[in-house]
Design a protein around this ligand. Structure first.
Ligand code: UGA
Length: 449
């Protein structure tokens, strides 16, 4: 098939590369400077295997880049929209990028493909409205909703091996075109109406976010009662009706999707007077994670002003350089507020990405002279660091393991170092007992015991 994809962000570019790999001829469209870089095989996003796949698909003559929607749409069997749909005013989705594509298509009516496949996450009813708009302009194209469920950091693998593929469409012709597009991917296919497909995307992200907030809420209860949330969630997740995934407690979820989609769903509900209390609680629990964790450090430090915090991991999750809505940004704002200095290390986020943040070249440099270290993302290499050396490099060896990455073995080795305090999430804190000079009433205060 000949496919045109508008938008070369995470979803658009990964889809372009994967559909080309599946044997289709793909032309991806974006703004001039982005296309310029892509034509030189330069990627703004860091995603495992994406670079190699991009180069292969281009040299195989299956992947092309263009800047003009009309030109790229000529002769295409379908056009896929994968532009950004960020949060707009009061949480409602900002559809301006989608509207811009539709406006361009209306001007290029002689080349508009028979199917427009919406990949961007859009509020329920959007595809109906867009199709009505196109029909009113005299275009006979059908708008299909085909949600994407890939995760950053494992995007290619998720795209090629999805749990399910959803087609929200009206006609048999559209369904057949989508089947042809996805030929070669072995996954259950669900065909339904467009509105249901649009809601499947929101409800899936909302449910995943809810699972994480649930795990975080229970983690707090574990701390209250001295239980271990890893054990608790292992036991809970072993029930096949619940499942073991997305039950890892920590610093809360981040990224460009969960918060935005939750807010959009809440805003849609609000607009029609429908309250969604489960989603409100999910968002609230998440918002409280970082302030709560920082409070633990402040309770130990006393006065936070002038303290130096080493941060390991800036991106919202490992295996990506994406910092959109990263919990780190919330941490940073609070640190500014409290007068805490921040020095960071991240394996892939480029230095000078965030203004005013001191980005170090190694984790050890981020630890040097720090009054505490916080692990924000669970990069596997963080677990492999020489943590005894890390503690020795610090001014005050307090380790806040926001993702519970350190093994029992590493923790027990650490306990041999003077004055170490290890603060995990959702289980009892550990501290060196030998030479600890602090008043333990502060610690009792932290956990309320
Ligand atoms: C999420 C969904 O998982 C994808 O299915 C969806 O396609 C995507 O949003 C989207 O709508 O585009 P993504 O945001 O890339 O994918 O990453 P996730 O792996 O879902 O992680 C989101 C956040 O939750 C991260 O900050 C992660 O650290 C956090 N998380 C995840 C936890 O805190 N605990 C967990 O158990 C799992």
């Amino acid at each position: 098939m000949k496919l045109t994809i508008i938008g070369t962000g995470y979803v658009g570019l990964v889809a372009a590369v994967c559909f080309a790999k599946l044997g289709h001829y793909v032309t991806a469209v974006d703004r001039e400077h982005i296309i310029q870089d892509l034509r030189e095989n330069k990627l703004a996003i860091w995603e495992p295997t994406l670079q190699e796949m991009l180069e292969t698909c281009r040299s195989d003559g299956r992947l092309f880049f263009e800047t003009d929607v009309a030109h790229a749409s000529k002769g295409a069997d379908a056009l896929m929209i994968a532009v950004g749909t960020p949060a707009g005013v009061s949480g409602r989705t900002d559809l301006s990028q989608v509207d811009h594509v539709i406006a361009q298509l209306k001007q290029a009516e002689d080349v508009c493909p028979p199917f427009i496949i919406m990949k961007s996450t859009v509020p329920v009813g959007t595809c109906d409205e867009l199709e009505a708009d196109l029909h009113a302009a005299g275009l006979r194209t059908e708008v299909v909703f085909n949600p994407e469920f890939l995760r950053q950091g494992s995007a290619i693998n998720d795209f090629m091996n999805p749990d399910r593929i959803v087609f929200g469409c009206r006609s048999h012709l559209a369904k057949a075109a989508l089947h042809q597009l996805y030929r070669g991917i072995n996954a259950p296919i669900q065909v339904c109406d467009r509105r249901s497909a649009e809601l499947i995307k929101y409800a899936s992200n909302a449910f995943l976010a809810m699972k994480i907030s649930f795990a975080n809420m229970i983690a707090d209860v574990c701390e209250d009662y001295g239980a271990d949330n890893r054990q608790v969630m292992q036991g809970v997740g072993a029930d096949r009706r619940i499942g073991p995934h997305f039950l890892q407690a920590g610093i809360g979820y981040g990224g460009s999707c969960f918060s935005k989609d939750l807010q959009s769903l809440l805003a849609s509900g609000n607009a029609i007077g429908r309250s969604l209390p489960l989603l409100e609680a999910t968002a609230q629990i998440n918002e409280e994670r970082i302030p709560q964790l920082l409070e633990k450090l402040i309770s130990i430090w006393g006065n936070p002003r002038g303290k130096r915090l080493g941060v390991l991991g800036i991106s919202f999750k490992p295996h990506t350089n994406d910092i959109r809505d990263a919990p780190f940004l919330t941490l940073l704002r609070l640190c500014y507020l409290y007068g805490i200095e921040v020095q960071t290390y991240d394996p892939v986020v480029q230095p000078a990405t965030i203004e005013g943040v001191c980005q170090m070249d190694t984790a050890y440099e981020a630890a040097a002279g720090a009054h505490a270290i916080i692990i924000m993302t669970e990069w596997p290499q963080f677990a492999e660091l020489d943590w005894v050396l890390m503690a020795q490099l610090m001014y005050q060896p307090i380790l806040l393991d926001g993702r519970n990455v350190l093994s029992e073995e590493v923790i027990s080795r650490l306990m041999a170092v003077e004055n170490v305090i290890y603060i995990p999430v959702g289980r009892p804190m550990e501290q060196t007992t030998l030479t600890l000079k602090r008043d333990t009433s502060t610690l009792r205060h932290i956990y309320g015991t």
